[in-house]
Every structure is written in C-alpha cells, then in structure tokens.
Design a protein around this ligand. Structure first.
Ligand code: BES
Ligand code: MN
Ligand code: ZN
Length: 497
C-alpha cells in the first residue's frame, strides 16, 4: 500500500473515494459538511432518512454524489462526539480501511485524520492512522497452500491535514508510522510462525538478514561461546532441546548519538513445553508465542535502523526451546548464572527468567544508559491485567514513568506493579543463592524480583507481555506489542515525537 499526505478541500479531490466521518446521532464532521454543501444537502438528506446513525463500526458507501469530483463518498460512523478518543479514532481508521478494501476503489482520500482527538496533535493522528491501517491490512498466510484471494484493488491511501503548514510534520509522522508498522509486522510474523519453523537458528538468521540490509551490526553466540561466558542458567534451559540455543546481539549506532546505548533484551523461548515441569496440553500450542519478547526487540531494531534515529541502541536476544528430555534440567537442580549467583531450579517452567538473567548480566558490557527487558514471563500477569495492559516493573521511577507515558501515547499501554523488597524473601532457597520461583502469590512481581538481582548496575525496566503479545480464540495471533510503546519511548528520547 502506498501512503501519502495532502491538504485541500474534500469536494475538490479527484479520487476514487473520499472518506469522511459522521458522529452519533447523525452529525456530519466538518469535511462531511463541506461535501454536503457542494452536493446541495444530499448527505444531510441521507442522514435524515436514518440510513446512517453514526454508530461506531458502521459505514455507508455512496456513489455518484453530485457537486464533487470524487467517484464515491464513504461515510464512517464515529460514535458520540464527546466520547471520541484515541481508541475511537483508531477504530474509525480501521473500519474505513476494512470497508475500502471491499469496494472497487483503488485509492482513497481520508479526511478522518482531520478529526480532533483530545490532547493529540496532527503528527499523532497521522502516525496512528498509518499504524491502524497497516494493522488492519496485516495477513499471515505464509503457511497456507492456497492464499485466500483478497480482492484488493486498493493501492493508495492519502491522509488529509487541515493546514498546509502542517504538511512537513505530517510527512515525517507518516514515515515514522511506516517504519514502526514494518517493525510491528516483523514482530507479528515471527510470533505467528510456529515452533517447527521459528527455531533459535531461524531467529538468528532473521537478525543476520536485517544486518545485511540495514545499518545494524549483528553477531550470534553459539553454545560454546555461552559456556565460555559462564551462562549456566541460560544453558540449563537449552539442555533438553535438540535445537541449539543462540545468543543474538544487534547493535545500532545512529549518527549523532551522544550517550551510551539503551539496551533491549527479549525473551526468545521458541517453544515452551514447561520442560520436566511439563505444562498441561490444553492450549499448549500458544507457547509458540513465548518468543514474542524477542520478536519485539528484533522488530524495534528494524524500525529504529530504518528511521536512522540519532541514538545508540543494542538488542539482545537469548533464544532456546524449553523441552523435556534425557538431558533436561530437573526440578531441584542447581545452576550457576553468568553473574556467579547460583539458582535452584524448583520449576523448569519458570525458564524465561533463567535465560534473561544471563542476558541481563551480559548487557553490563555496554555500560547502558538503561536496560529494558521484554518477556512473556508469567501467567500471573494475564490474571492481573488481562490482555489490555502489559505489566511494568522497574528499579528506576523516572524510567518507569517514561515507559508508561510512551504506552499511553502509542495506545499500547502498561501498568506498573510494585517491586518492593518485601517480596524478595519469597525467592529464598535452602540450597542455592535463590530459587527460580516464589510460590503461589504475586507471580509477576516475584519473577521481576528474580530479574532485579541481575540488574543492580544500571537503570532497568521489565515489561511482562504475557497477556498482550498475542490474542487467543478465533482471532488467535501475535499483536506486535509492545513495539509501538518501545518506539514511542525511543522517539521521545531523541526528541522526534
Ligand atoms: N511462558 C510462560 C508464561 C505464560 C503462561 C505466558 C501463560 C502466557 C500464558 C512462562 O514461561 C511460565 O511458564 N511461567 C510460569 C511460572 C511459574 C512456574 C512460576 C507460569 O506463569 O505459570
Ligand atoms: Mn514456562
Ligand atoms: Zn515461558
């Protein structure tokens, strides 16, 4: 799909379709009124007859509207004007793109980007419109032998802004939206790809591939390298698998970067059976998504390198399967992490923290500005926050606030949980420095407490995306979250939001 930005009056656009909004009940948005005027009150007539109430999710396609140059007008319901916020805005764009896709129009002039959204500027509206459009058009059909025929003549979308003076900012926001969308799409593709395709070696190959086309330095450590570094915790998770583990490091050094790098660490369990502490079989297929943290790191690196942001960024992805087997780690085994701290593995299904802790220790060598790890870490997080908010825990309040704010602005939100010392006691072990589980209560917090023992030397935040990285049920699939949040955080850090 080709996207562009324009400014100008809706009745004067020579295009296959003009898209304007209608508020409930039956109230035209400003561009709608302009078209109505040019068409001698035709739109108002239609609303009066009750064919379009303006409810969210509804739309109405009109042909041959007189007095204007476009072939069609698409009316999109926006809901009540006083309730029109970020979500309603995104839903309206999504509804428009979905409907346009089913018409014969090959291009469209979208005026929804002129709608006021409280507290949000034109750049935000253009960026979000781009993301919502890509999200709607996303398909994962790599593994279908017969691709579903999408009759898609739609080739070009133009977003309109009110004033010519807004064009340069809007153009930049569009480019950002496209770069972020590319990162999200990559994260979704990797997440959706099943475990027999998406192995640690596949993730490594994808990262190396990015390094060939973008300014990214990518290196992959093998099992022997990890042994040499003393990553006994990570390797204990890989022990039951026939797939060799990989440790992926992606480095981006943007021009004009002045600080040491921000480091992102992503959990890359390409399939989580639970290991010897094996999971129940119901819905176990969803554990192919246990590398969505890794996917979000790789996707974010792609977006940042595509935009050429003036910053230093490192992506670290420890990746392995978690399988039972003759060589697998057993409950009660004690392993030694790269930090030197020993861990009693009481539950082999709490494997995410075991691979992350060594990656977090490895991150020290970059003298990071801050470190953010992203992981589908705990079922407890899904119980606490559902599929709406990611869990956020941090050892630095300013960093936590920045991420919460970025989540709000990206409409990819997180909610902070406490990381108080009182919870640390739950990780006591009789046989090692710590246990890898903390018992029945506060599972998301005790998992973060475990990680906090490896992040003492820098500012650190942890995002638990177990509930947000994918959807279950008939819309099962990866969401690409929290790539939008991370990109908004990074854009804000270099003053580009
Ligand atoms: N990958 C899972 C977490 C998970 C579970 C994500 C369900 C999404 C849905 C993680 O490795 C895990 O198994 N965690 C255990 C930890 C427990 C053994 C302390 C969990 O949450 O049950
Ligand atoms: Mn697990
Ligand atoms: Zn897991």
């Amino acid at each position: 799909m080709e996207f562009s930005i324009k400014s100008g009056s809706p009745e004067k656009q020579r295009t296959a379709c003009v898209v304007v909004g209608v508020f409930e009940p039956r109230k035209l948005s400003v561009p709608g009124e302009i078209i109505d005027k040019a068409a001698d009150g035709y739109l108002a007539d239609i609303l009066r007859r009750g064919d379009m109430e303006g409810k969210t999710g509804t739309s109405l396609l009109l042909h041959d509207v007189r007095g204007i140059l476009a072939d069609r007008v698409l009316l999109v319901g926006l809901g009540k004007e006083k309730d029109f916020r970020e979500k309603e805005y995104r839903d309206a764009i999504a509804a428009a793109v979905r409907t346009l896709n089913e018409t014969g129009a090959f291009e469209a002039a979208i005026y929804l980007t002129e709608l006021p959204v409280r507290k949000r500027d034109t750049r935000w509206r253009v960026r979000q419109a781009t993301l919502a459009a890509f999200d709607t058009l996303y398909r994962f059909d790599q593994l279908k032998s017969k691709k579903e025929e999408v009759r898609r003549p739609l080739r070009k979308l133009t977003f309109f802004v009110e004033r010519r003076g807004e064009l340069p900012g809007a153009e930049e926001a569009l480019a950002q939206g496209e770069a972020i969308a590319a990162g999200i799409a990559l994260a979704k593709d990797l997440g959706n790809l099943p475990g027999n395709y998406c192995t640690p070696a596949h993730l490594a190959e994808q990262a190396l591939e990015l390094g060939r086309s973008l300014p990214l330095k990518v290196s992959v450590l093998e099992r022997a390298d990890m042994q040499e570094l003393g990553m006994g915790s990570l390797l204990s998770v890989a022990a039951g698998s026939h797939q060799p583990p990989k440790f992926i490091v992606m480095e981006y050094q943007g021009e004009g970067a002045t600080t040491s790098p921000i480091v992102l660490v992503g959990k890359g369990i390409t399939f989580d059976t639970g290991g010897i502490s094996i999971k129940p079989s119901g819905d176990m297929d969803e554990m192919k998504f246990d590398m969505c943290g890794a996917a979000s790191v790789i996707g974010t690196m792609k977006s940042v390198a595509t935009m050429g942001l003036p910053m230093a960024l490192v992506g670290i992805v420890p990746t392995t399967e978690n399988m039972p087997g003759g060589g697998a780690t057993k409950p009660g085994d004690v392993v030694t992490s790269m930090s030197g701290q020993t861990i009693e593995v009481l539950n082999t299904d709490a494997e995410g923290r075991l691979i992350l802790c060594d990656a977090l220790t490895y991150a020290e060598r970059f003298d990071p500005e801050c470190v953010i790890d992203i992981a589908t870490l705990t079922g407890a997080c899904v119980v606490a926050l559902g599929q709406v908010a990611s869990g956020l825990l941090a050892n630095d309040d300013a960093l936590a606030r920045e991420l919460l704010e970025a989540g709000q602005s990206a409409y990819d939100r997180a909610w902070q949980l406490p990381l108080w010392d009182d919870y640390q006691d739950l990780l006591k072990s009789n046989f090692a420095d710590m246990a890898n589980i903390g018992g029945r209560y506060a599972g998301t917090i005790t998992a973060a407490c475990f990680l906090s023992r490896y992040t003492k030397k820098y500012k650190w935040a942890h995002l638990d995306i177990a509930g947000t990285a994918w959807r279950s049920g008939d819309k099962k699939g990866a969401t690409g979250r929290p790539v939008p949040m991370l990109l908004h955080f990074l854009l804000e850090r270099c003053g580009r939001l």
